[in-house]
Every structure is written in structure tokens, then in C-alpha cells.
Design a protein around this ligand. Sequence first.
Ligand SMILES: Cc1cc2nc3c(=O)[nH]c(=O)nc-3n(C[C@H](O)[C@H](O)[C@H](O)COP(=O)(O)O)c2cc1C
Length: 381
Amino acid sequence: MSNSGFRASLADDFERFKRALPRDFGAHVRDTYRINLAARYLGEPLPHPIGKGSGQLSLNIGQLETDAAAGLAFAVLKTVIAQDAAGAQSMKAWAIHETKMKVEQRSGGWTVTWKGRGWDRSFDEYLALVRAGWDLTTSDALLTVPSVKYHLPRLTEPFRDDEYAFTTHALAGAWGESPLLLEKDFSPTLAGDALTDEKQQILRWLREVPARIRAHGDVRLAMKLMNARFDDDFQRDMMEAAGAADALVVFNRLFDSTAGVAYGGPELSDRNLRVLDRPSARPPVRPSLSGTGNIHSGRLIVEYATRGCSSVQLHTFFQLPLEEYPATDGSRTQRALHALIFDPRDGLIAVMLEREAAGQLQRRDGELHFLDLVPDAYRPR
Ligand SMILES: Cc1cc2nc3c(=O)[nH]c(=O)nc-3n(C[C@H](O)[C@H](O)[C@H](O)COP(=O)(O)O)c2cc1C
């Protein structure tokens, strides 16, 4: 079929799938458009690049089951605050219940305004969620990955190793297989904390945290980097300092220090894409990148992919008012995936076909490949 023939099928599929998205839409896309959406996160193969970032949408097993049924590629569980064997948490300030969450417009895009807190139930309840996530992972229904905020010391202080030991052991036990896949959260609200006033302090964390965690288990580690309150060059310095991680999630939300809240929207993706565009001395391939920040279309997914991201993690787009999605039926996750993949103008298929027509993406053995959008130096092997 020609590029214009594919476009006609796309318009049909977009209409048809408004009522129901086929669960294995990746196979449908491959058969119909000869487009291979295969992607990767943290060394794991994915049927397509779209996952859910850690947060209020991965707090319970019901949410994970809905995501699995929708055909989401992966979900990062809500961030738990690390503790030692006695239950003490140095980052306790992040473990409190915070109810006010507002989905609203900011700078012409959607954002969720929220103070930003971690898991507020017991650690045992978190372990139960990790076990349920493992069951979905091992049955190939949905890759799930736990997320932790561990102790971060001041420059002159030591790391609290007992928190790293207890939490890592417990998560590895609940996960069931080696290696434990894990995200370490450096959250945007940290950017508003006096702890992050000093660049050297942040760089030390990024350099030392991977070894602190791996001392206690076989862990494949993603580090989710915050947007610090410094310039774009410092964001690159952070990426380089975090070179021992297996993957980097780039970059968590911005912090409004006047209102004391984290936010996203166009300012977030502008900043993230600008930083990823900057030349760096980063060694090729390791760590791989996963994009996050204001991803609300296939076009944005491609923007992150062409800057090195072999998967993406969304939150806000899975949280919009229902009438914002073109689909008329299905869960929010299904409706979001429908728009992200099949939108005839800005969906992932449309943008990949557009790049083919412009000579920017070539077929191999008759297929276009999502991972071919990712520059060589960043492509996971
Ligand atoms: C309400 C809310 C809660 C969040 N909680 C966490 C969290 O606990 N841990 C974390 O690493 N990121 C958290 N995030 C960040 C998201 O996972 C995501 O990286 C970020 O919002 C940027 O993506 P988006 O623009 O698609 O929302 C949260 C975001 C929102 C909106």
C-alpha cells in the first residue's frame, strides 16, 4: 500500500476505534501499516513506547488491571518512601496524605496542580501492590516497576544505609525474580526544598545513589531526574552524573516555588526537549532514556524519541476530563492510547508516515520501526 493508502486506512481506524480499541493494537498496526511500534524501557522489550509515569494513577491493583486490559506497555507504581527495619523514614515529609489535586490549563496546555507526595499507606500495603504488579508482569499482561524515594543526605552527611538495605531487600523479595526493576524518584518538590540549594549536593546523590542501592540487591535501576532550579547546562550535568544508572527518566515536573506546587504543561516539554537537544559528552548507549513531560500526542512522543527516548511515561494525559478524548467508549487509558496512536494528524502512526514521506524515516524489510527514530548513540541494545 502507498503512503496515501495508509493514510486513508488511518482515518477509518481512528473512527472505528473510537468505540473500542483492540487490546493488541500493536499487531494491528504492524499488519495494516507495516509499522513496528516495538520499544524498550529499562532493558525490557515493549510492544509500543507508551507507559504510565509514577503517581496517583498507579496506586492500586484495579488501576493496573484496567491498564493491562487497555494494552498499556508499562506502569510505574506510585513512589514509596524508603524506611529502615524499625519503620523510620528520613524522607517522611513526603509520606503524608495530600488530597488536593487539580486538573487545569496552564500556558495553553493541561497540567495537574498538586503538592507532590509519596505513598501514604503502610509499607506492607505497598509490598502487596508490588506483588500484584509482579503477577501482571510475569504473565506478560503489563510490565510494572516500583518506585522509591530513598534518603538523600546533605553534602557533609552520610547516606542512611539501613533505609537502602531494608527497602531494597523487601522490594526484591516482593518482586520475585532477579534483577529487581526499580525507579528512584528525585521528585520536583525536592527542587523546592532547601536540600537542593547546592549543585554539588545534587550531583553527589546522582553519582552515589546507584551503588548505594545495588549494594543491597541485583537491581536494574532507572533514575527519574527532577527539573532542578538551575539552568539547562546543569540538567545536562545531572544526566552525566547519573551515568551509572541503567536508564534515566527525563525530566519530572517543574516546581512553582511561589505557589509551592509541581506543574507541567507546555513549559515542561519545552524545557525538557531543549535540554535533550543540548550537546553533551555523554557516552553512547548507557543509560537509555525514557521521556516524561506534557506528552499528549504521538507528535510529542516522536519529539522525545528523536532526542533519545526509547519509551515515554505519561501522567496528565491519562487524567483529562472524558470529553477531551475523541473516543466515545472505553477506559481513560484506552481513550488516551486511541488518540496517541491513531489520531490522523498528530498520532504516532500519522507522524511516522509523515516522516517517511519527508525522507526522514526509512522502511527496513518493508517496515517502519519506532526505535529507528531514536538516534544511534541512545538506542538500547
Ligand atoms: C498527581 C501527580 C502525582 C505524581 N506522583 C509522582 C510520584 O509519586 N513519583 C514520581 O516519580 N512522579 C510522580 N509524578 C510525575 C509523573 O509521573 C510524570 O513524570 C510527570 O507528571 C510528567 O508527565 P505529565 O506531563 O504527562 O504529567 C506525579 C505527577 C502527578 C500529576
